[in-house]
Ligand binder design. Sequence first.
Ligand code: APR
Ligand code: PHB
Length: 393
Amino acid sequence: MRTQVGIIGSGPAGLMLAQILHNHGIESVILERQSRAYVEARIRAGVLEQGTVNMLREMGVHKRMDAEGLVHDGFALAFDGRTERINMRELTGGSTVMVYGQTEVTKDLIDARLSAGGMLKYSAPAVAVEDYDSARPRIIYEENGQRQELICDFVAGCDGYHGVSRQSVPADKLTLFEKVYPFGWLGILSDTPPVDEELIYANHQRGFALCSMRSHTRSRYYVQCSLDDKVENWSDDAFWDELRRRLPPETAAKLITGPRLEMSIAPLRSFVAEPLRFGNLFLAGDAAHIVPPTGAKGLNLAAADVYYLSRAFIAHYGEGRTGLLARYSDACLRRVWKAIRFSWWFTSLMHKFDDDSLNHRLQLAELDYLTSSVAGRTTMAENYVGLPFERFE
Ligand code: APR
Ligand code: PHB
């Protein structure tokens, strides 16, 4: 089989890239290791930056998001017995975020891909990317137990942290940066109304907690847990009790609880692989970088990569300009590192680290400073709504 852009992975990065390319008359094939049902059931974060929302609207995959998504003008930081609101709209001159689950974004993108007649192969794991330094890179993949080849002009490695794209590059061509945090997030999804209209990030002596949501009737809550904790250790009641303890009393008193739809533990990691281009192989999304979930930058960073990468392919196919392909890695990484920094900083500010009492007081002092200074609140707000995309043309 042959195509212009071979895309490995049908997460948000691969699906968005395919949709934008399709809208510009560029053909692609997506190879996905898992089944459609598996991909559509994965539960991930739910906050879309303004730039991601704009991209989804531009690519025409926005109807359900605009109908069902919740526009949030602000969020709260709870610490030291206080709750302080960050008014994003006011502090950034009008930017907001959209609360709409990544699971829903993925479903909408799959629908758009299939109704456009685009090729999307499930249960078709790529096993290697070969000859990516040549003009005819090949993706070796499996389908129904058979070895197959997809010959492309370019390969987009959108196959997440455990994918095969990055692993197809010799180790000495990659520089890796990694930090694993000494705790995890225990999350619960429940069909209960959210405790507040906006998200609440809580720094508490017992550990971090987050109140989030998927809709007016579905909530998502998290508590920081130890790395060796197990979901089996937690009853629903134990989770709700622990969450209440970490929230301001007036918030805890309003919490409506219910049975779990899902409960899981996520590890926290910061990771970057440099560069993002190897000949005609390009990495995007989680294949290239991971952020801890504090601030919900993962999907948004994948969207920003796709913004740059799609423009580079459009300039190449539309006008024969290859300059943007050459600049992709540098342009993208400049923005990636800022999001890596923000997610690391927000994680460091909000979590409990090993009974370090000095650290906790420093966190409270920083939160006090940040929320009482317009400059501090603005820094928080402009990073949270998402840094602007650079001009890339
Ligand atoms: N062959 C084909 N597909 C693969 C392979 C492979 N060898 N390895 C992994 N995949 C698929 C995975 O099954 C998954 O569907 O690649 C996809 C990668 O999707 P994501 O992990 O969602 O990554 P990405 O599209 O970069 O989106 C980033 O998703 O992981 C979250 O928190 C992250 O929000 C962020 C966003
Ligand atoms: C979520 O709703 O899952 C969520 C929201 C905000 C975050 C992380 C996760 O920072």
